[in-house]
Write a protein that binds this ligand. Structure first.
Ligand SMILES: N[C@@H](CCC(=O)N[C@@H](CS)C(=O)NCC(=O)O)C(=O)O
Length: 306
């Protein structure tokens, strides 16, 4: 079976989502640490420019963004499932809430209140994120506290209403991971996390259960080892371009792909798959041979290269 290689950094809350998927599914995985700020030459050699954490590599296939990584892990390792109650559409849709409404005030508090974050990381993130006025970060803190607690209240109400151990029943699911990663970020990064979460007793009990999910079995490897695995592999057969009256793309078109929210680093390549779930391109590199890079369709734009 192909090695699952996660390119990430340990403090990354988005990477924590995928480490929890490894725990939920009891998977073996290899960890490659990437720098927290640019440049990240070992990562962008694989991705073609995408810089965010995490990225999952399996052979010569590189999966960007946690929602696509979850989808790929679910397809390759279906048991135990990420969607025990069904409702996969609702579960994927929830990422827009947790990645934005819940994560952003938590990230603001991490940057504004945690004096331990090195200056170079703050400088990088102030340019990278675009969701608040970083020039006036102190003044933003009360609003961040309020917004974080407003989202925590939604989670608290939902946990109390279900009366189950997890959001959709007796087993942890992708929705739990989506809702938990901002709480994990708060506990890891926000100095006043205990006070912030104090009113939410259901969240505290559920957080302890989420921690017990574990993070799978990890071994550390370095970037050259991951590159050698890519070099020796061929990308999987891509799914092709689904006909659609709203675009004129065809397989083999030269395109660039980039996120539509922040971190707008374009990745150029040959289109090999496009449908309403996924975008795939292939890139030929002198160092690694042909590498396929995959993105979710939701939240990513494809442009024809001129
Ligand atoms: N939509 C992306 C967002 C990923 C993201 O923003 N990750 C943060 C780390 S938690 C990041 O890349 N920060 C900049 C960096 O690490 O260089 C996903 O779901 O994977």
């Amino acid at each position: 079976m192909s090695t699952l290689i996660l390119h990430h950094h340990d403090p990354s809350p988005f990477a924590e989502k995928i480490r929890l998927v490894f725990g939920l599914k009891g998977l073996d995985w290899a960890s490659v640490q990437v720098p927290m700020v640019m440049p990240k030459p070992d990562l962008t050699l694989l991705t073609g420019g995408y810089r965010k954490a995490p990225v999952l590599q399996i052979g010569a296939d590189v999966y960007c963004d946690t929602s696509l990584i979850a989808r790929e892990l679910e397809a390759r390792h279906p048991e135990p499932g990420l969607f025990p109650s069904g409702h996969t559409g609702l579960a994927y849709a929830l990422a827009r809430w947790s990645d934005k409404a819940f994560f952003e005030p938590g990230a603001g508090l991490s940057m504004g209140e945690n004096e331990g974050i090195p200056e170079e990381i703050l400088e990088d993130r102030f340019k990278f994120f675009n969701f608040m006025d970083f020039g006036n970060i102190e003044a933003e803190m009360p609003h961040c506290y309020a917004q974080f607690q407003a989202q925590a209240q939604l989670l608290e109400d939902e946990l109390a209403a279900t009366g189950s151990d997890y959001l959709t029943g007796d087993a942890p699911a992708w929705v739990d991971i989506l809702a938990y990663f901002p709480v994990w970020m708060a506990n890891t990064n926000i100095p006043r996390a205990a006070e912030l979460l104090e009113p939410f007793s259901a969240i505290r009990g559920w957080s302890a259960r989420m921690e017990a999910t574990g993070r799978g079995r990890r071994r550390d490897i370095d970037a050259p080892e991951a590159h050698a695995i890519a070099r020796e592999a061929e990308p999987l057969q891509a799914g092709g371009v689904a006909p659609n009256p709203f675009h004129e793309f065809g397989a083999g078109d030269a395109v660039s792909v980039q996120p539509d929210d922040y971190g707008f680093d374009p990745v150029e390549g040959r289109l090999t798959a496009l449908d309403t779930r996924r975008i795939s391109i292939e890139r030929d590199t002198p160092e690694l041979g042909t590498v396929a890079v995959h993105f979710p369709r939701s939240g990513y734009r494809v442009d024809r290269r001129s």
